[in-house]
Design a protein around this ligand. Structure first.
Ligand SMILES: NC(=O)c1ccc[n+]([C@@H]2O[C@H](COP(=O)([O-])OP(=O)(O)OC[C@H]3O[C@@H](n4cnc5c(N)ncnc54)[C@H](OP(=O)(O)O)[C@@H]3O)[C@@H](O)[C@H]2O)c1
Length: 216
């Protein structure tokens, strides 16, 4: 399993996953393209992660995590550099949230139901091995969440089996049950789970839940 993780994105998701990967013994570089955020990132990761640009983190990582604002994801990939992503597992945490406000607690997306952001990203960077993951749970529960011994389900999808195997190993370490929903098109179903997850938050300020797929 690759041990060098490059995180493209400096928000709370990038920071949370950076600290999670450090905790699990990975060598981590987290990236911002805004110079004034570098010092803050250093302290948010307790000096344990390297700090770089999007391009430097994509080059550093054997596995790359994309954790930018959804509407900036395509620009972020271009800034990261296609050659730095080719042949690598790219964990896509992003959701295509539009700038327009939620309607009765329902987030608005800039994609339609018959497309997904990850399909756009896979088309833009065809040699990258995208795996949707961490998109359907709040950042507070991304690393070894405690739900009284019950593991939440992380829904994943992607075209490359080896990349999904990398992500399953990581998700096992991070305390998740994994549900592999198939190829990239399944992101059309996984990305909207974020809309569902956020509704109790917007309507009743309840942000402390997670999805679990029951099977028999
Ligand atoms: N927050 C959550 O709990 C949560 C849960 C699941 C999934 N997600 C998804 O995870 C992703 C990251 O979320 P977040 O809350 O951590 O942070 P965010 O505020 O959505 O994104 C911050 C990152 O986006 C980059 N960015 C913003 N505008 C940009 C632009 N115009 N061009 C290039 N880069 C730009 C920033 O770059 P700089 O570093 O240069 O400022 C920064 O790295 C989102 O897609 C979100 O939907 C979030």
């Amino acid at each position: 399993m690759s041990k060098k993780i490059g995180i493209v994105g400096s928000g709370i998701v990038g920071q949370t996953l950076a600290n999670g990967f450090v905790k699990h013994g990975y060598d981590v570089m987290i990236a911002t393209n805004t110079a004034s955020k570098r010092e803050e990132l250093k302290s948010k990761t307790n000096g344990k992660a390297k700090i770089g640009s999007f391009e430097e983190a994509a080059n550093f990582g054997e596995v790359v995590v994309l954790a930018t604002k959804g509407s900036a994801a395509e620009a972020a990939l271009k800034a990261a550099g296609m050659a730095n992503l080719a042949g690598k597992t790219v964990i896509d945490t992003t959701n295509p949230i539009a700038d327009a406000p939620p309607l009765n607690g329902v987030l608005q997306y800039f994609t339609s139901q018959n497309e997904s952001l990850m399909e756009r990203l896979q088309t833009l960077a065809p040699e990258a091995r995208f795996v949707k993951s961490f998109s359907c749970i709040g950042n507070a529960f991304m690393v070894n969440p405690d739900f009284n011994g019950v593991k939440p389900t992380m829904f994943i999808c992607g075209n490359h089996e080896g990349a999904k195997s990398d992500v399953k190993t990581i998700l096992d370490q991070f305390g998740f049950d994994v549900a592999d929903m198939g190829a990239v098109e399944a992101a059309r179903a996984i990305e909207p789970l974020c809309i569902l997850w956020c509704i109790p938050g917007f309507l009743s300020n309840n942000w402390t839940h997670a999805f679990r797929l029951l099977k028999r």
